[in-house]
Design a binder for this molecule. Structure first.
Ligand code: ADP
Ligand code: MG
Length: 683
């Protein structure tokens, strides 16, 4: 399949090319792999009088009137299109899409495809897909693409057709016929033709199956390679069995839970082996993961090696540093802190000490993976809150040593379906027991009018000597968003809770200032901390027993769970108030789920259901491509066979150089976003 630039298509000039670029379409290949969002199925066309509430259908109607309304509240635009066919009238509504009014001409006929809403004799369709061709396209199923303003489906169909013509008759196939046969796949060319202009539902299904298969296979292969550094033949530093941490553990203020002991055993065994550990530690918020990291690092250091603990935020890294440093000092273990905010002189000294081996344990942010950081004998790397890092960052850290043992810790339970793919070959340890005496966090969704009572409750907690978090979505007030900002809430609460002390914390403050405030909160000098999500992960102040989240509708489920996890970390009863000022259904669902459970696993599963996995991958897992067509929550059943297939390929030809598999290599490199290196070299 030869690629060429999109501008080679008739009708695509510089202006259209610019718009297409917004969709990341610059070449024919990009166009082929730009999949429809939905299909307009003309075989399901109904007349207006036949419509019933909830029908997903196509209608062919003539436009009578185009009206632009303006909502006063919320300043939402509403575009109304009144249309009719021989049997009745319908109102078609688009929100915040005035530009679409140019797509319609009064008196012309259009097809609309969407969900009909029928009530009290009124028929409506909200945000349907539409097209203005009824004549030239006799095909029953037409694709609808997720376009941007300025592009029409009609134009896009033409371009896609032209691009697809170039695909014809060259029959190249990058998957070997064994694979095609085994998984009963259609050819890639057939799949691409039919995903865009399916000849039938059946063919569309075949096409989709093939493309989903490809995407998941490439994803799986790529992830295998990304972590290839940890494969079997590599020799790791093995710690002597004589190294125990008993003395160190007895310096803790508490007894380890059974789960903690079990996990430490698992990790110790791994570290004594000459095969590098590659382990995921899952434990819900507050389950005591830090202690595990602490003990593992202690062992590495007493064995005479170096260890690293990397955290996603500076605040969390600091917290770990302060704690661990203190606990290691009596045992003669030297700890260093490394983050982007170090002064250059300080940094130079730290780098020197790491290189010479003067420092045993390095704790910091992703500044640790920068090129200038060189270790003497790194044996163990730990990433805390792994879900905030990408796969690539984890691997980069591992490359700082010669096959170090790897432990990744996460509180955000990754739904099993995702874990299979992302951490498929990692061993998994689970902390399924909270330290004793924890009480479930009582969560209440509060409507804005009852906010006062929630704040009164906070005051009563403060009077009992406890501390509180108030979380807001924004730092400052914004003209365009009607949300509570940290600054305005801070001003209000400072007065309200006087003489108790309120402080503010957010991401754009100077590091020294953040440190100062966190310190005074840790030490209990500050009773109320108004903050943005900078406290989302890891922060541990057990005396804080109440959290209030303003505009909770602005936060995702996983995020809410993480935030809430900042309280309930001691023996006292803890409380969480969610102020929901949103009107949308999903926000409400999220709030209700939060009210009903504190179980991270349930929350993660629900999260996946509500927002789909694309987002989880796209925004968080740098280095992992956005899935275009596969949906891990829907295609779970495929994962097993695909993983096996991927393993087989790698077993047979780890470098993908055989004739059988080498075409996959090119695909793979195109599929993964540029990671700065051809990751296939690392086999
Ligand atoms: P997370 O798993 O969320 O990282 P932390 O490691 O921060 O949790 O631990 C949460 C709190 O529980 C900390 O205050 C920690 O000191 C405490 N903790 C950890 N393990 C135990 C234990 N076995 N008994 C009592 N408290 C513990
Ligand atoms: Mg933690």
């Amino acid at each position: 399949m030869k690629d060429s630039l999109i501008t080679n298509i008739k009708g695509v000039g510089p202006k259209k090319a610019e718009l297409l670029k917004k969709l990341n379409i610059e070449s024919f290949t990009d166009l082929w792999y730009f999949f429809p969002r939905s299909y307009q199925d003309r075989s399901k066309t109904k007349t207006i009088s036949e419509l019933t509430d909830g029908d997903m259908v196509n209608i062919s109607v003539t436009v009578l009137m185009i009206v632009k309304d303006r909502y006063t509240r919320g300043k939402k635009q509403k575009l109304r299109i009144l249309a009719e066919d021989a049997t009745g009238r319908i109102e078609i509504i688009f929100f915040n899409s005035y530009y679409l009014s140019n797509s319609f001409t009064i008196g012309e006929a259009y097809d609309f495809f969407g969900k009909a809403a029928v009530s009290h004799g009124k028929v409506m369709m909200i945000h349907p897909d539409f097209s203005d061709i009824t004549k030239n396209n006799t095909q029953a199923i037409m694709p609808i693409y997720p376009l941007v303003g300025g592009l029409t489906q009609k134009d896009f169909w033409k371009w896609q057709r032209e691009a697809l013509e170039r695909l014809e008759n060259n029959g190249e196939e990058y998957l070997h016929e064994d694979i095609i046969k085994k998984h009963q796949l259609c050819s890639e060319e057939y799949a691409l033709q039919n995903i865009h202009f399916p000849k039938s539902r059946q063919k569309l299904a075949e096409a989709r199956y093939r493309l989903v298969f490809d995407e998941l296979l490439l994803l799986q292969l790529g992830l295998f390679y990304l972590r290839a550094g940890a494969t079997t033949e590599r020799e790791a530093i093995s710690l002597s069995v004589d190294i125990t941490a008993e003395e160190y553990i007895s310096s803790f203020k508490y007894e380890l839970t059974g789960a903690q002991k079990r996990v430490i055993d698992e990790i110790s065994k791994d570290m004594q082996s000459s095969r590098p550990m590659n382990r995921l530690l899952q434990g819900d918020v507050g389950s005591g993961k830090t202690a595990i990291a602490q003990i593992a690092l202690y062992k590495a250091a007493t064995g005479g090696f170096q260890g690293v603990l990397m955290a996603p935020t500076e605040i969390l890294a600091r917290q770990h540093y302060d704690n661990l440093k203190q606990s290691y000092e009596p045992f003669g273990i030297k700890t260093a802190f490394l983050s982007g905010s170090l002064k250059s002189q300080e940094r130079a000294q730290v780098l020197k000490d790491i290189k010479s081996g003067e420092v045993d344990i390095v704790i910091g942010t992703h500044a640790i993976i920068q090129p200038g950081v060189i270790f003497k004998n790194l044996a163990l790397v730990i990433t805390d809150e792994q879900h905030r890092f990408g796969v690539k960052q984890r691997m980069d850290l591992a490359y700082k040593g010669k096959n170090p043992h790897i432990l990744v810790m996460t509180a955000t339970p990754i739904p099993r379906t995702l874990a299979v793919i992302l951490y498929g070959d990692l061993d998994i340890s689970i902390l399924d027991e909270l330290p004793p005496g924890r009480q479930p966090i009582k969560t209440t969704v509060v409507k804005p009018p009852q906010k006062e009572q929630a704040y009164d409750f906070i005051l009563s907690q403060i009077q009992k000597g406890r501390q509180a978090y108030v979380v807001t979505p924004l730092i400052e007030d914004s003209d365009s968003l009607d949300l509570n900002s940290a600054e305005s809430v801070y001003i209000e609460l400072s007065k309200r809770f006087f003489p108790y002390k309120t402080e503010i914390l957010h991401g754009s403050m100077k590091q020294a200032e953040k440190d100062r405030i966190m310190k005074s909160f840790y030490e209990g000098e500050v009773q109320v901390l108004v903050s943005t999500v900078v406290i989302e992960v890891g922060i541990n102040v057990p005396n804080a027993t109440v959290m209030l989240i303003e505009n909770c509708e602005r936060f995702g489920l996983a995020q809410l769970h993480q935030l809430r996890g900042r309280v309930g970390r001691g023996g006292e009863s803890s409380y969480c108030f969610l102020i929901n000022e949103g009107k949308n259904e999903i926000a409400e669902k999220r709030a209700t789920i939060m009210e009903s459970t504190v179980d991270g696993f349930i929350i993660a599963e629900k999260d996946l259901e509500l927002r789909g996995p694309g987002e989880i991958f796209g925004s968080r897992q740098h280095g992992v491509p956005q899935l275009r067509i596969a949906d891990l929550s829907k295609h779970i059943k495929l994962l097993g066979p695909i993983k096996e297939q991927a393993k087989k390929i790698i077993d047979e030809d780890p470098k993908l150089i055989s004739e059988k598999y080498c075409p996959i290599k090119k695909k793979l490199n195109n599929f993964f976003p540029k990671t700065g290196r051809d990751f296939l070299i690392i086999t």
